[in-house]
Ligand binder design. Structure first.
Ligand code: ZN
Length: 337
């Protein structure tokens, strides 16, 4: 049973690659070790279609592309469109077109989280079955009030509904019972990280009051289902990682490697983001595309001669292959530009 469990999970993780192994008649003899040895590196870029790509997201796209391609791996694109109120029509097409113009081609089909709710339903049902998820009736205001959290910070959930809803209360969201244990991981760029999720954020929402699945849950389910073995993304998501690892453990999913790139800061020292009105990337003028790509590679510590986007990425790949992962992005880890 143990072997077949590992095998079926593997099958889900790496659909394409499994076929060669599966063709042998004697599938029962496949050991976990031989299966592991054919697992390929898979990276991903997961933008939200809330506007055009900006420089910070280009850095994340280029960084994750280089990490995956330098290891001979696959690179996937996943559209994180669960927060429908923030989705901007047409921006998915804009993002994908920009990736192509910057030479960042992906493998397989683009996946959309809005089309994958059955997978998230299943994950939450599995958490519930283990007693690891429960209904919460609290409004955000109630949580903030009870937690006396500073406005704007993620409030620590006080556990109001942990042992069942009070009489007359209506379930709104579903929360994950956060483990009271230290989660420790080594980020390829950010280094050693430890966090106790129960103490940092408390039980957190996996399905929101508006019915949408929460980012943390969807990311964990998708990364596992898509066979993602390395997550390279902006450093602003480092603080989500311990929560995601806690969910991976609860759902018995593999833990990918993490590399959180330094956050790109604007001239005012603030993070560049769509909500901050960061400028969209140039996507038509070839000279401006080259300059912008050179700047993104420069941010990752890679100096390459100007050329077509494809040539520049190929040169960046050859520089990356000769390095250890850990050197990528470290030049800028203090946030300098
Ligand atoms: Zn509650």
């Amino acid at each position: 049973m143990r072997t077949s469990g590992a095998r079926s999970r593997y099958k889900r993780l790496c659909r394409g690659e499994f076929i060669t192994t599966e063709n042998t008649e004697d599938t029962e003899t496949i050991s976990v070790i031989s299966v592991t040895s054919v697992v390929n590196i898979t990276g991903r870029f997961a933008p939200s279609p809330t506007g055009p790509l900006h420089f910070g997201s280009l850095v994340a796209a280029v960084g994750s592309w280089l990490f995956a391609r330098a290891a001979g791996g696959r690179w996937l694109v996943r559209i994180e469109d669960l927060d429908t109120a923030r989705v901007v029509r047409g921006s998915e097409e804009e993002i994908l077109e920009a990736l192509v113009r910057y030479g960042l081609t992906w493998d397989g089909d683009v996946v959309r989280q809005s089309e994958r709710t059955a997978l998230y339903d299943d994950a939450v049902a599995r958490l519930r079955a283990q007693g690891l998820a429960y209904d919460c009736a609290c409004s955000r205001a109630e949580v903030e009030q009870a937690a006396s959290a500073p406005i704007g910070a993620e409030p620590l959930y006080p556990g109001t509904c942990r042992n069942g809803l009070a009489a007359g209360r209506t379930p709104r969201a579903i929360r994950f019972r956060a483990p009271d244990e230290l989660i420790v991981f080594d980020d390829i760029v950010a280094g050693h990280v430890e966090e106790n999720v129960a103490k940092q954020t408390g039980d957190f929402v996996v399905k929101r009051a508006d019915g949408a699945y929460a980012y943390q849950l969807a990311v964990v389910v998708d990364d596992a289902e898509q066979g993602v073995t390395q997550v390279v993304r902006g450093g602003d998501l480092l603080s989500s990682t311990a929560r995601q690892i806690a969910l991976q453990r609860a759902l018995a999913l593999p833990q990918p490697d993490y590399a959180h790139l330094p956050v790109v800061l604007g001239q005012d020292g603030r993070k560049l983001g769509k909500r901050d009105g960061a400028l969209p990337l140039p996507s038509l003028d070839q000279a401006r595309i080259r300059d912008t790509l050179a700047a993104a590679l420069g941010f990752l510590g890679l100096e390459v001669e100007s050329g077509s986007a494809r040539d520049m990425l190929e040169k960046a790949l050859s520089l990356t292959r000769g390095r250890r992962y850990a050197t990528i992005g470290q030049q800028n880890s203090t946030g300098e530009e």
